[in-house]
Design a protein around this ligand. Structure first.
Ligand code: URP
Ligand code: ZN
Ligand code: ZN
Length: 461
């Protein structure tokens, strides 16, 4: 047995080559021209198509207890949706409640995913408080292969940490050589501004963005970067949405701080007018940081093109229309999140590569390779080379499709991109040499996804 992918245009973050890929078992073992396959091998003809490394989404929420409810996907529905859209690895977040043990939370997340996910995955370990017990559990968790943390500067009273905790978590992360991912918004200001709006009777979803303006995100970003600079810790800003915050991160980079930046496909393509749609439709577009004024998008695209923003993720957090109704009378109660896991790659290809905003290599880099590198998965994931896992996306750029809730695989009753046309279909998607998708449809085996162990790679010299 084995799999031969023939005559595809193989595109990685730094190379382009028409040739063949031979996958033996779970691994890519040869790349070349005119490779021969044994009689019992499966052969996929990729002529006229791209062959990309499996895409990596470094920010998803599949199991997520949040704002009094739970995100809608399961590891089965989410990973099937991801695969049909070209994503073969995701990094989810195991987030303990403030009183919960991190080890117990990690066990919960493992129990939701093990034997259920249809492609590989790992977790960022949420840190929602700091004390000596948490510190010793985190050491055990990192030693066990979960080599990144997640903190929230927002969500006061829920996941948010205070400055004493932030300082100690970043110090621990530095000492363990792990990177800390962070949601950067000033929590106190969000609460104050929410209260002001509610008191003024401004209760609809169209007011959500006014409660968390760009300055509030910039302040949170500056705060994190200053702490990281002070301690020499490595940090990764999740879902950066606007120019103000980007400038803070870039200033910190220029001062030598080890800071990486992620944006979302939603922030590149959707703006605040979506959350202003009448009749509560705007609730479908409530997330934090919020969708911004459109003028931010050119800045974000340009930063992605020049690798000032390293990664494009989804922050996939699906809450259905009924769940969004929880905030019908008060926007602060609308569960925050916009689903996009199944759409990210094709939207980025269509609006990035096809428009000329993104070089095709940078497309692969921002949607796959950088995430693998930053989070200790490279070169197992994120590239096509001998020794890498045989996670491949055979992509036909000639096929056009329309995104719709009627055809998507995410377990959610609306699409944030309903009716948007995308160029390209994932003709075949493999996970460690196994064909999981054909002609854009899941045809594979459920439950084969493995929890990936990662080494700490962010040691400070
Ligand atoms: O609105 C969002 N982003 N929901 C998911 C939780 C988070 O902050 O990442
Ligand atoms: Zn967040
Ligand atoms: Zn998130």
């Amino acid at each position: 047995m084995g799999l031969l992918v023939k005559n595809g245009e193989i595109i990685t973050s730094n190379s382009r080559f028409v040739g063949d890929i031979w996958c033996e078992g779970e691994t890519i073992t040869r790349i070349g021209k005119n490779l021969e396959a044994p009689a019992d091998a499966e052969v996929i003809d990729a002529s006229g198509k791209y062959v990309f490394p499996g895409f990596v989404d470094p920010h998803t929420h599949i199991y997520l207890p949040f704002m009094g409810t739970y995100a809608k996907d399961t590891y089965e529905t989410a990973t099937i949706a991801a695969l049909c859209g070209g994503t073969t690895t995701l990094i989810d977040f195991a987030i303990p409640g403030r009183d919960e043990s991190p080890l117990a939370a990690l066990e919960t997340w493992k129990s939701k995913s093990e034997g259920i996910a249809c492609h590989d995955y790992t977790f960022h370990m949420g840190v929602t408080r700091h004390d000596s017990q948490v510190e010793s559990e985190l050491k055990e968790i990192v030693a066990g292969g979960i080599a990144s943390f997640k903190i929230f500067l927002a969500y006061k009273g829920a996941f948010g940490v205070d400055d004493r905790e932030l300082y100690n978590i970043l110090k621990l992360a530095r000492n363990l050589g792990v990177i800390t991912t962070a949601h950067c918004e000033n929590a106190d200001l969000v609460v104050e501004m929410q209260n002001e709006l509610v008191a003024a009777g401004k209760l609809g979803p169209e007011h959500h963005h006014s409660s968390r303006p760009p300055q509030v995100e910039a302040l949170g970003t500056r705060h994190l970067c200053t702490m990281a600079e002070l301690l020499g810790s490595h940090v990764y800003i999740v879902h950066l949405s606007c120019e103000n915050a980007l400038r803070e991160a870039l200033e910190a980079k220029l001062r030598g701080t080890n800071v990486w930046v992620e944006t979302l496909i939603q922030h590149l393509l959707l703006d605040k007018t979506y959350a202003e749609r009448p009749n509560f439709e705007g609730a479908q577009y409530v997330m934090s940081p919020p969708l911004r004024d459109k003028k931010n998008q050119n800045v974000l695209w340009s930063a992605v093109a020049h690798n000032l923003i390293s990664t494009v993720a989804t922050d996939h957090a699906p809450f259905d229309l009924q769940q969004k109704e929880m905030g019908r009378d008060n926007f602060t109660l609308i569960p925050n999140g916009i689903p996009a896991l199944g759409d990210r790659v094709r939207l980025l290809y269509t609006h990035g590569v096809e428009t000329g905003r993104l070089d095709i290599h940078r497309f692969v880099d921002s949607a796959s390779t950088q995430a693998a590198k930053i989070f200790g998965l490279f070169p197992r994931k994120g590239t096509i080379q001998p020794g890498s896992d045989a996670d491949l996306v055979i992509y036909d750029p000639k096929v056009s499709e329309k995104i719709s809730v009627k055809t998507h695989n995410m377990n959610i009753d609306y699409s944030a991109f309903e009716g948007w046309e995308v160029k390209g279909r994932c003709d075949a998607v493999t996970v460690r040499g196994k064909v999981q998708v054909r002609e854009g449809k899941f045809v594979g085996e459920k439950g084969i996804g493995k929890l990936l162990k990662r080494e700490a790679t962010h040691h400070v010299s």
